[in-house]
Design a protein around this ligand. Structure first.
Ligand SMILES: [Zn+2]
Length: 234
């Protein structure tokens, strides 16, 4: 009886350890079981990639005008059903010469989903991205940065690149000034910044982005797309 209890106890500990490992794996920005994943590149050049998740929404024109005024190209991780809702906005992003990434069709957590669900989420959005005139194979960013087995397996099998980030001011701050300070204090050559300007009724996020464009340019940084950033990998 005593021995059985010990085995039960060990079993519970083992399950807790496995759950913890799976949780870490699901959220890791630098590691997945299959294929490559990039949160930043190692370089001495002062280059940085500005990346925007979600959308497109009606806010697109304001974002494009801001980037244009700094002559900066960014990377937009678009959601398929938002492209269906706002195809003209999506086309404007492509026409302005920015990079497009695939942020899945429906923006669900890509965890514990079937292979056919994952395939559909990526390929349906690939087709929409092609339909707005983008001709390259889009890099992929999992919604909420979450992935476990199925998505990395699919992306590796299809030789697709997974792109995360190493600077996420929106996670820690709401105020534009705080976000700018966080980025200027933590920036390193090769960083990937994640911002969410698409749902931004107050323009707070656009102010934060403008502050980063100014501050990092003054600090000698050049803004590049994710594809360009990958070329700097040492
Ligand atoms: Zn998202």
């Amino acid at each position: 009886m005593k021995r059985r209890l010990t085995y039960t106890g060990m079993g519970i500990l083992f399950i807790i350890a496995l759950t913890f490992a799976a949780y870490k794996l699901m959220n890791a920005r630098d590691y997945q079981l299959f294929g490559n994943i990039t949160s930043h590149v190692i370089t001495e050049e002062k280059v940085v990639a500005l990346t925007f998740d979600d959308g497109p929404t009606k806010n697109t024109s304001a974002i494009l005008a801001l980037l244009d005024s700094y002559q900066v190209k960014a990377t937009f991780f678009l959601i398929g059903d938002d492209i269906e809702e706002n195809p003209e906005e999506a086309k404007k992003i492509v026409e302005a010469g920015h990079q497009i990434g695939n942020h899945t069709y429906s923006h669900k957590r890509m965890v514990l989903k079937s292979p056919s669900f994952i395939k559909n989420e990526i390929e349906k959005n690939d087709a929409l991205i092609a339909s707005i005139g983008y001709q390259k194979t889009p890099v992929v960013r999992p919604p909420y940065g979450k992935k476990l087995f199925g998505l990395p397996y699919y992306l590796n099998k299809h030789q697709r690149k997974t792109i995360t980030w190493n600077l996420e001011p929106d996670t820690f701050f709401t105020n534009a000034e705080d976000k700018i300070n966080y980025v200027t204090e933590n920036i390193q050559p090769g960083s990937i910044i994640l911002m969410h300007p698409m749902y931004d009724p107050t323009d707070n996020e656009l102010q934060a982005i403008e502050g980063m464009l100014q501050a990092l340019s003054n600090d000698g940084y050049t803004f590049v797309t994710v594809d360009e950033l990958l070329q700097f990998q040492q």
